[in-house]
Design a protein around this ligand. Structure first.
Ligand SMILES: Nc1ncnc2c1ncn2[C@@H]1O[C@H](COP(=O)(O)OP(=O)(O)OP(=O)(O)O)[C@@H](O)[C@H]1O
Length: 425
């Protein structure tokens, strides 16, 4: 391994470029790809220092490498030396159902991999799907685990939002009364308990009771909420990758609810773990293990943190993960085809932007509006220079205040997001 004297941060050296930090620990570097020279040949290796948390935005028009680049980052996290990765968990929110292929080798790009001195290889990944969709995956011979959100985590106002109900309507008032009473009395109740309490509520009329009953029967059919839902520490384990496949959830509010609950739970558990770690450093004997540092990857991120309006995940992702995630050791990687449809704070708070080809003026303008002062060229011109090759990206790194055009390395595991061709030559 290179020693630090051979590493020049955000500058070219004989050996490599280091982005995202000072590269002092060679145990915390992700190999992203190679610097792209003016004659389009590949130059020095480009690595991302992950010693500290990052907020990464990956943008680019359809088919130019966003989900591929995301997967390269994940593979690299999974290949970190044991001492680094035992306290690091990766989670992907999979909106397209394309990340289950991690366990398969990328045999179709074997030639390209050998040009990079890499070999096709599969990685262990646990695939979690809504409890109600398990059978669908089993029929396709994909091994999955069920996931469900504990009912006690959903407050009455979140239920109203999920059902598109005004909390001060007669049905809304009934739901708020029943849910809040149940949550106060127990942390373990079932859909049956909710339905019994709704039907027995004497303060509401029969129409409101029937409407509330119907809403909760629909919620049962989503197969995503359950009395004894999963414990986040089962999903977030050191050195592992968990793919949360939300592609079978057709309702956008339910999808963002799932992401919001996971993100909130992880955030609070990480705060506890961080505090426990500090007490241990102060000499206290700590028995609770806590959960590891987490990197969360979200594809089609504009669905969860849109430019306009709120979702059930936008608040926690923007306020807890993006603004305050560094302290508890949370990294967030958001990918989108449409940077202009993403909440502006994502653009301004991301410390690493990886931008593949973009041609829409709106999207280029959105990035331009947060252009850092150290960037000499505008986004549009830099992106134009990248050309049309897939996997080429402009990287803007706030940590080293520099910009680079790089060729992302090929994936070692099978890429599930390839477009469907009418005829494969
Ligand atoms: N770094 C790379 N090296 C080699 N091939 C790549 C690379 N990046 C992307 N590709 C090729 O480009 C194709 C499209 O990439 P990808 O599926 O990541 O696009 P996308 O931007 O996520 O598209 P969409 O928005 O439709 O999800 C891949 O299937 C792969 O063949």
């Amino acid at each position: 391994m290179e020693n630090t004297s051979e590493i020049f941060c955000a500058g070219v050296s004989e050996k490599q470029y280091i982005l995202g930090g000072d590269g002092r620990s060679d145990k915390a570097l992700l190999h992203l790809g190679r610097y792209l020279a003016l004659d389009r040949s590949s130059g020095a290796d480009v690595k991302l220092d992950v010693q500290r948390p990052h907020a990464v935005l990956i943008g680019g028009k359809r088919g130019y490498g966003k989900s591929y680049t995301m997967a390269v980052l994940i593979e690299e996290l999974l290949m970190l030396p044991d001492e680094a990765k035992t306290n690091l968990a990766s989670i992907v929110i999979d909106t397209m159902g394309i990340f289950w292929t991690f366990s398969r080798e990328n045999v179709v790009q074997a030639d390209s991999l050998s040009d990079w001195d890499l070999e096709a290889s599969g990685f262990n990944a646990e695939i979690y799907v809504p409890a109600g969709s398990e059978e669908e995956y089993r029929k396709r011979n994909i091994s999955v685990k069920p996931m469900s959100i504990p009912l006690s985590q959903v407050d009455a106002y979140q239920w109203c939002e999920l059902f598109g109900l005004d909390p001060v309507s007669s049905t809304g008032v009934l739901i708020v009364r029943v849910i809040e009473a149940l949550r106060e009395s127990s942390s373990d109740f079932s859909f049956e308990d909710i339905l019994d309490n709704i039907l027995e509520d004497e303060r509401s009329d029969i129409v409101s009771r029937s409407a509330a009953e119907n809403y909760f029967r629909t919620a049962m059919s989503w197969g995503i909420f359950a009395g004894n839902g999963m414990d986040i520490s089962d999903i977030v384990a050191g050195g592992t990758l968990s793919v949360i496949d939300v592609s079978t959830i057709k309702n956008d509010s339910v999808r963002s609810a799932v992401v919001g609950f996971l993100a909130r739970d992880i955030y609070h558990r990480r705060l506890e773990s961080r505090r426990a770690h500090e007490r241990m450093l102060m000499g206290e004997e700590i028995t609770e293990k806590g959960i590891p540092i987490v990197w969360m990857f979200i594809d089609e991120a504009h669905q969860f943190v849109p430019a306009k309006g709120n979702t059930l995940s936008s608040d926690v992702l923007l306020n807890e993960w993006l603004r305050q995630g560094r302290q508890p050791g949370l990294s967030l990687v958001l990918a989108t085809q449409r940077p202009s449809s993403l909440h502006r704070d994502v653009l301004s708070q991301s410390d690493v932007v990886i931008c593949h080809r973009l041609t829409s003026q709106d999207d280029i303008l959105a990035l331009e509006s947060v252009k850092p002062t150290y960037m000499s060229e505008n986004f549009g011109d830099s992106i134009k220079k990248m050309g049309t090759e897939r996997g080429i990206a402009l990287v803007v790194d706030d940590n080293t205040e520099s910009t680079h055009v790089i060729r992302i390395r090929p994936r070692m595991s099978w890429h599930g997001g390839d477009e469907q061709l009418l005829h494969r030559p």
